[in-house]
Design a protein around this ligand. Structure first.
Ligand code: GLN
Length: 229
């Protein structure tokens, strides 16, 4: 008989959208990736447990608000609008948006003009960028096509059902390695990713920031970058 003397570790539910390689994706039925390893490492260092839920990107912030999620790790850009609703950790990765087209396409940045159809993942900064910078200014007269998963954005681009996709450049580059698509432009949006928690959970936010600082300090962050990029 083993007598447990310790207190049971706190277990947190971490929401992600596993169509965002190399940050989070499904491999052999498992959710893996840079963000997943990062959160597991932080949890280990700070002494809590985590389980991951793969849901649509636009359900992540509502999940924090309703309490069905404790943490969101989803390559989520820290924005002023989101900060109204959730609290972010310190930034852990910088990225820009990019324009992805079929590998045989002869268009470049010009694909964003005129009667083209552009795929985005709903609720992302790419979605907002296309709406605000292109649609509202009548630069794009074609359709914005909204998806719940980048897997289907890439599939439709590969099948030439859409003309382009706008998404985070590191992810576009990762998809271009195994799909008939290519990155033709970078949009300098200067985004930084943060791990999100509910706005009134400053305790957990602090915990995550402490863990993140240790991960950077002890070299694990460099190892993760080496492993995934
Ligand atoms: N970084 C982008 C955003 O925060 C996209 C994230 C994602 O689709 N997982 O909106």
């Amino acid at each position: 008989v083993t007598l447990s003397t310790g207190v049971m570790a706190q277990r947190y539910v971490v929401g992600t959208n596993a169509s965002f390689p190399p940050f989070e994706y499904v491999e052999d039925g498992e959710i893996v990736g840079f963000d997943i390893d990062l959160v597991k490492e932080i949890a280990e260092l700070q002494g809590f447990e985590v389980e991951f839920r793969d849901i649509s990107f636009d359900s992540l912030i509502p999940g924090l608000a309703s309490g069905s999620l404790d943490i969101v790790a989803a390559g989520m850009t820290i924005t002023e609008a989101r900060k109204e609703v959730v609290a972010f950790s310190d930034p852990y990765y910088s990225a820009n948006q990019s324009v992805l087209v079929h590998q045989d396409s002869e268009e470049d940045l010009t694909v964003l003009f005129g009667d083209n159809d552009i795929g985005v993942q709903t609720g992302t900064t790419g979605d907002t960028w296309v709406r605000e910078k292109l649609m509202e200014r009548d630069i794009l007269t074609g359709d914005i096509r909204n998806y719940d998963s980048y897997v289907f954005v890439i599939r439709d681009l590969a099948n030439e059902n859409i003309d382009a996709a706008v998404l985070d450049k590191p992810v576009a580059e990762t998809y271009s390695k195994n799909n008939p698509v290519k990155v033709v432009a970078e949009l300098i949006t200067g985004e930084e990713y943060g791990i999100a928690v509910s706005k009134n959970n400053s305790e957990l936010q602090k915990e995550i920031n402490e863990g993140l600082a240790k991960v950077i300090e002890n070299g694990t962050m460099d190892e993760l970058i080496e492993k995934y990029f």
